[in-house]
Write a protein that binds this ligand. Structure first.
Ligand code: SAM
Ligand code: SF4
Length: 331
């Protein structure tokens, strides 16, 4: 059977799967202080359903999976699910995006399971600022876990959401971390995915502004080559161990080479981060769909993947302005 390919000839080989909508932090750019309206447990895909979806997609050419959320490590039996998934020989990479608060006890298990990349989200290197951003006091555990991950065999990437007036003064401190640490820091443009709409700020910090801020302090940065489908534009400084990059998530200059599809924790299939979900795979499975039915479904829905995130957003029928929490979407 042919693999997943959209009408623009883009092969879709990377799945982002949200394993839960729950989270133990309350990052201001992701959700309101009181959290989001989490769904009833029955509405979440079960791990068995997730395993089956991944298996079918891998038979259609998906060879990388990123597990995200919500916070993946708050879901009970997440490690057992990783174990199950690691038996899928069609997957080349299993990656995880996490806030890093609960990962500590599992690092050696993750190494044993050959998990490839851990993307740890940390938006400040100051305990006080971190607490303000996340509305929780978890900096010490997270930074200790960051250091343990850096020493492990896992590839460590740091996700830093650039938040005007909140952490832009720390951008260059994160770049400085790459001097001795074998990490890839990635600065992400803030998007209005916070469960409440766009935050009002005086300034817009897009990828151009982030780069020029770094260049002022580190003029000797050099661009490095990355795979076409990479979400970040990456750089290195001479004599630095690690690298850094910028993800133009909101300006959306990377859509042409997109190889990604998403499934939310309730089974909504998304062709693009900016669409509102195109089909509920959970309901289809619970109605008795066979693996053959699932394959036909996936082949047909990916053919409708929009050319870029602007078109996906314009095609939305319910909330024209994207304001869902990233925790629901699965970042
Ligand atoms: N809880 C995990 C974490 O924080 O890494 C995984 C889920 S989180 C939704 C995935 C990624 O989305 C994180 O790196 C987070 O910083 C990012 N994110 C969340 N809301 C965002 C927003 N409004 N704009 C840009 N990135 C956002
Ligand atoms: Fe939780 Fe991640 Fe959202 Fe922060 S960004 S509230 S850690 S899901």
């Amino acid at each position: 059977m042919a693999g997943l390919i959209d009408n623009f000839g883009r092969p879709l080989t990377y799945l982002r799967l949200a394993v839960t909508d729950r989270c133990n932090l309350r990052c201001q750019y992701c959700m309101p202080a009181h959290g989001i309206a989490i769904v009833d447990r029955k509405e979440l895909l079960t791990f068995k359903e997730m395993y089956r979806i991944v298996r079918v997609l891998s038979e259609l050419g998906v060879h990388k999976v990123r597990l995200t959320g919500g916070e993946p490590f708050v879901r009970k039996s997440f490690i057992e699910f990783l174990e199950m998934l690691s038996f899928n020989e069609l997957l080349d990479e299993i990656n995880i995006t996490t806030n890093g608060a609960l990962i500590g006890p599992y690092i050696s298990k993750l190494e044993a399971l050959n998990i490839k990349n851990i993307n740890l989200s940390i938006d400040s290197l100051s305990k006080e600022n971190f607490a303000k951003i996340t509305r929780r006091d978890a900096f010490d555990e997270i930074f200790a876990n960051l250091e343990a991950l850096e020493k492990s065999t896992l590839n460590l990437k740091l996700n830093v959401v650039v938040q005007p007036e909140i952490n832009t003064h720390e951008i260059n401190d994160f770049v400085a971390l790459t001097k001795t640490k074998n990490i890839a820091v990635r600065f992400i443009e803030e998007m209005p995915f916070n469960g409440a709409g766009l935050r009002k700020t005086k300034e817009v910090w897009n990828s151009t502004k982030i780069l020029s801020t770094i260049k002022q302090r580190f003029p000797s940065l050099e661009k490095i080559t990355t795979p076409k489908s990479s979400t970040s534009i990456n750089y290195k400084l001479p004599n630095h161990t690690g690298t850094f990059g910028i993800i133009p998530a909101f300006t959306r200059t990377i859509c042409n080479d997109c190889n990604r599809i998403r499934i939310t924790s309730t089974g909504q299939f998304k062709n693009c981060l900016f669409d509102e979900g195109v089909f509920n795979v959970r309901d289809f499975i619970r109605e008795g769909a066979s693996n053959g039915d699932l394959k036909q479904l996936f082949l047909s829905i990916v053919s409708k993947k929009p050319a870029n995130g602007f078109i996906a957003e314009a095609n939305r029928t319910k909330n024209k302005r994207v304001s869902e929490s990233m925790s629901t979407i699965g970042g």
